[in-house]
Write a protein that binds this ligand. Structure first.
Ligand SMILES: Nc1nc2c(c(=O)[nH]1)N[C@H]1C(S)=C(S)[C@@H](COP(=O)(O)OP(=O)(O)OC[C@H]3O[C@@H](n4cnc5c(=O)[nH]c(N)nc54)[C@H](O)[C@@H]3O)O[C@H]1N2
Ligand SMILES: Nc1nc2c(c(=O)[nH]1)N[C@H]1C(S)=C(S)[C@@H](COP(=O)(O)OP(=O)(O)OC[C@H]3O[C@@H](n4cnc5c(=O)[nH]c(N)nc54)[C@H](O)[C@@H]3O)O[C@H]1N2
Ligand code: SF4
Ligand SMILES: [Mo]
Length: 665
């Protein structure tokens, strides 16, 4: 494509909560973004953006885009607002937050955010400074990956980096373990295909025949939550047949002998009973895994969404230590690559600004509980998240957000079901309108996002909104006035000069991790004992106990969590929300294809059209995608069935729950 005289091209990147952090170029014509394309030179993006982001201009110019501050006019949740000036909106916010502090103390103000944008500036800089200076409650942000992340961190110390995904084409056996990467980590998949071209086998371990399972050479369709049992059964075979790497276990690991004894407690018959798999499959997988060199395991967040998620990760992650897969380039495992990037410590969010004696923390998974009338939260400031849809225990969350005495501020780009409950909505910019910088949880590149256009309407970047809020509340510490450029430079100060130079020249730069060869893998973790957990990888014989079917709510190919659900282009591609079940369960419940079904448990109910799908394992139900509540016939999505329970490690949400299936109506 030739550039016209009045066109400019601006380099940036995708902000979404996705491991790929793609680099893009935006074409701007007379101040309007006309085209976005993935950058060819970026080794991971390789010139290709996913379907969701190929038309990012849809987000910038969406009809529901919020372009002025809004003050609530109708009932909470009714989306009825009056546009006001920034000065008027800031007055209302000042009064509302002051009232909450007068009534409950400063920790009566709760920030609620996640990774609507993953940018360091727009998700974890001025916002943190503002809430610290205010003395607000802290939010524990573990909803997504904390159990698996902790499982990884308690097994492999910080000097032990996850496998570089660019080395995966060397592997001879690749396992997509509880990850639907064809949808969720799209830019890892070509590296697996490159490995397959050189003779590798692709195995997918998933209760659902996902897009990735369908595209793999071998689908191991285990029961949800039984990954630990499978891994221990495999280790039983590996140790029993002498396929372990004894010297690696002795030299690079703590607890090898204890793990061998633990694996001896898991003969294949026991693993078979727990996983629902055939004994031959467990044995065959164990041998193939142990004998392939290099072998690589990618674990996704999807495999840790149950009560024992952390332990399940520890068990699977022990496999590459048992076989010594870490010795080989391209071998090993990948949970996330966050550890590769230097840590900015307290430089961005400045906890030193916090007034003494203002300590309270709230787990984001338990928002419903935190918003109960007696729980001492009088104001909530929500940004980069849509808790009305994505937070467990929807009924309780919505009851809390509807409280008359709760003052709610929402920083949003678009009118979400959460923003609909706000007293004041402040218009936020999209990625094309602000500066930011990104590390990645999938690859090893740090990426710069330059703004392509000026903020639309009266929107402002989160950083600027928090500067304005600080000013309105009379918070005058100097760090609350830092410009975005200063924040960027503060963050980049932790990188070596060559990385910074490459980043400014090319828009992205690869980071080399610091490797500590002396660090050992902790197959026995004493920290686990401190948490009251088994120090060795363990598993249950009955993985998800309870009555009813096991409900899974994995990611949609066409949405990014609850983002893009209000985009016509993506809705058309996604179809409609359904309750997908196996034929046997449909027969049991007396449901035919297309009939209205209801799932019910102590938290709530979800209704939807039945789809009988042979990709779904009997005993499980699949509710694909974070559809908005209003998209389902009963007005509630998957999180009406979840309840705020936390995983064994890290305080992530237990999103895999049980519910009874019945005919609706
Ligand atoms: N298209 C798209 N991409 C996304 C997202 C999105 O919403 N849409 N979201 C992003 C985010 S925030 C995240 S966290 C990642 C998530 O990335 P993934 O982990 O790949 O996503 P999920 O779909 O949640 O889960 C993956 C698979 O795990 C399976 N699974 C469920 N329970 C178990 C279990 O107990 N054991 C095993 N082995 N498998 C299990 C599910 O059936 C599902 O197919 O994706 C990111 N990328
Ligand atoms: N049942 C069930 N529940 C789940 C999951 C599941 O698999 N099943 N997945 C869980 C996981 S893994 C995750 S990560 C969470 C995700 O939950 P969230 O992080 O809440 O993700 P989104 O639903 O995409 O909401 C992000 C919001 O941020 C807004 N946003 C984007 N950029 C900006 C910005 O620059 N400024 C401001 N102010 N706003 C912005 C978007 O418009 C959007 O409304 O959901 C969790 N909930
Ligand atoms: S959502 Fe993921 S795959 Fe899609 S453009 Fe963004 S980073 Fe790339
Ligand atoms: Mo996530």
């Amino acid at each position: 494509m030739e550039l016209k005289v009045d066109q400019i091209e601006v380099r940036g990147c995708c902000p979404h909560d996705c491991p790929d952090t793609c680099a893009w170029t935006a074409t701007v014509e007379n101040g309007v973004v006309t085209h976005i394309k993935g950058r060819k030179e970026h080794p991971i993006t390789a010139g290709h953006l996913c379907l969701k982001v190929q038309h990012y201009e849809d987000r910038v110019y969406h009809p529901d885009r919020i372009l002025t501050p809004l003050v609530r006019r109708g009932a909470k949740g009714s989306s009825s607002f009056t546009p006001v000036s920034w000065a008027q909106a800031l007055d209302v916010v000042r009064d509302g937050i002051t009232r909450a502090i007068d009534g409950h103390g400063s920790t009566g103000v709760l920030p609620y955010s996640y990774l609507g944008t993953q940018g360091v500036l727009q998700s974890s800089s001025m916002d943190g400074r503002f809430f610290n200076a205010l003395g607000a409650s802290d939010l524990e942000r573990g909803i997504c990956y904390a159990a698996g992340g902790w499982g990884w961190g308690l097994t492999y110390p910080s000097g032990w980096p996850a496998t570089d995904i660019e080395d995966v084409p060397n592997a001879k056996l690749v396992v997509a373990w509880g990850v639907n990467m064809v949808s969720t980590h799209l830019h890892l998949w070509p590296f697996l295909l490159a490995a397959r071209k050189r003779g590798a086998t692709i195995v997918c371990v998933d209760p659902l025949r996902s897009k990735t399972a369908s595209a793999s050479d071998w689908h191991i369709q285990l029961r949800p939550g039984s990954d630990g049992a499978l891994a221990l059964g495999m280790m039983n075979v590996i140790f029993g047949e002498g396929l372990d790497d004894r010297s690696f276990l002795e030299e690079r690991c703590v607890g090898g002998d204890e793990l061998r004894a633990r694996a001896a407690e898991w003969p294949v018959a026991r693993a078979t009973a727990a996983t629902g798999l055939a004994a031959q499959d467990i044995e065959r997988f164990a041998r193939a895994y142990a004998m392939a060199r290099p072998s690589f395991i990618k674990m996704g967040p999807g495999a840790q969404r149950h009560a024992d998620g952390g332990q399940a990760f520890r068990a699977v992650l022990a496999l590459p230590a048992v076989t010594g897969a870490w010795r080989d380039r391209g071998g090993g495992a990948h949970v996330h690559s966050a550890g590769v990037f230097p840590d900015a410590g307290n430089a961005m969010d400045r906890p030193d600004l916090r007034p003494p004696g203002t300590k309270r923390s709230v787990n984001m998974v338990r928002l419903g509980e935190a918003l109960e009338p007696q729980s001492g939260i009088g104001a909530i400031v929500i940004y980069n998240s849509n808790p009305a849809v994505i937070c467990p225990d929807t009924n309780r969350v919505l009851r809390g957000l509807a409280r008359d005495d709760l003052f709610t501020v929402s920083l949003e780009t678009t009118m979400t079901e959460t923003a609909a409950y706000a007293d004041v909505v402040l218009p936020a910019t999209t990625q094309l309108e602000h500066l930011d910088v990104f590390w990645s949880w999938g690859h090893r590149y740090v990426t710069l996002n330059r703004p392509a256009i000026a903020p639309r309407g009266e929107s402002a970047a989160n950083t600027e909104i928090f500067r304005r809020l600080a000013d309105a509340l009379g918070l005058d510490a100097e760090p609350l006035r830092d410009s975005d450029e200063n924040l960027l430079n503060t963050y980049l100060a932790i990188y070596p000069d060559d990385v910074r130079t490459a980043l400014f020249d090319n828009g992205f730069a690869k980071v080399t991790p610091t490797i500590a060869e002396s660090d050992k893998a902790l197959l026995r973790s004493d920290a686990m004992t401190n948490f009251g957990l088994d120090p060795l990888p363990s598993a249950r014989d009955e993985p998800i106990p309870g009555v009813g079917l096991i409900v899974l709510s994995p990611k949609s190919h066409y949405f990014l969590n609850s983002t893009f659900v209000n985009h016509d282009r993506m809705r058309k591609a996604a179809g409609s929300p359904v309750i997908a079940i196996a034929k046997a369960d449909a027969l049991d419940a007396g449901l035919a294809d297309g009939e209205l079904a209801r799932l019910r448990n102590d938290s709530g109910e979800v209704e939807g059209a039945t789809v009988i799908d042979d990709a779904v394992l009997a005993g499980t139900v699949v509710l694909l995608g974070n559809w908005w509540n209003r998209d389902l016939p009963g007005g509630r999505g998957a999180n009406a069935l979840t309840n705020g329970d936390l995983t064994d490690l890290g305080g992530a949400g237990v999103l895999t729950v049980r519910a009874r299936l019945e005919r609706a109506g």
